[in-house]
Design a protein. Sequence first.
Length: 334
Amino acid sequence: MKKKRQHCLYCGAGIVKKEEDNVLRDYCPDCHCFFYENPLPVVSSILDSFRNILLVKRGRRPSRGLWCLPTGFAEAGESIEDAALRELEEETGIRGRVLRLLDVHSYNSRFYGDLLFLTFVVEQIGGDLTAGDDCAQARFFPTDKIPRLAFRPNKFAIDAYINSKKDYWAVVDSIKQSNQASQKPEEAKNDLTQRLVNVIIKSREKINDRWVEEVIANPSTSQYHNYDRKKIYILCDRMVSQIILWLGGLYEVNRLKIFYLKLGKDRRREGFKISASLSALSLLRRHIWDIALSQGEWHKSIDLYVTFELQRRMTIFFDLATFYMTRGYEEGDL
């Protein structure tokens, strides 16, 4: 329990309470001096290694035996960033570099009184993991298995960090998933994937309608101008369905290959030029891209990652579709 001030720091006289600015403060009547109780600055560091957060087990009171972020008081004469890096090295043996300030939180401790926790995101630049004198252990915990923490501000900071990285991790997960030739449905359950898919599903009819209108009017697709409008619409809808499944990781390369090989052969048999067929495919890609980006659903800093991932996946899909349709066209008379 934090002890209360009883005597003046300067003259030793007894302390009384006196109001200043509507706040009751410690006051020395002999020195005519107020004493101010300001929050003590406490620094914490979040070091993330492949979605594992570095924690230390406290070896001293308060909260001995509980886990926390590398945490300690800032000293006079050092910057708040230097204090965070010093505590990190003292408690874990790791030398770090501050990336950014993550969280600031007020906390009242029975031991120390009012504290101000400042939590920084750091990266390792040297050192080896080893528990310091004040710590019983130092180890990394997966973000979904964080133990009970000694200090509430540490929990708030870790939650804020995980939330700030959620969309980025979703991008990373979706890239890993889409790099696999075939996926099981349960592997495609990903927040970012679902967001991308939902955009296409919601705009499906609009994409179909716009593509049909352009294909039957665009000079580069003149051979489609007199083609059966219903057949064009059905063809577009089938391709959009494939893209939805592809984005969700539920459409195998082999199925895409079979469809576009056949489509290329059919177009050759019907007397179409390959340039007209490829132009039609390119127009579909453009309409999906334009409509997806016009939905107004991407408003955060993650927009860049979302658009990059959408473009990346669609590029793979249409590159494969172009290749197999061309090959099918070339093999049409074999």
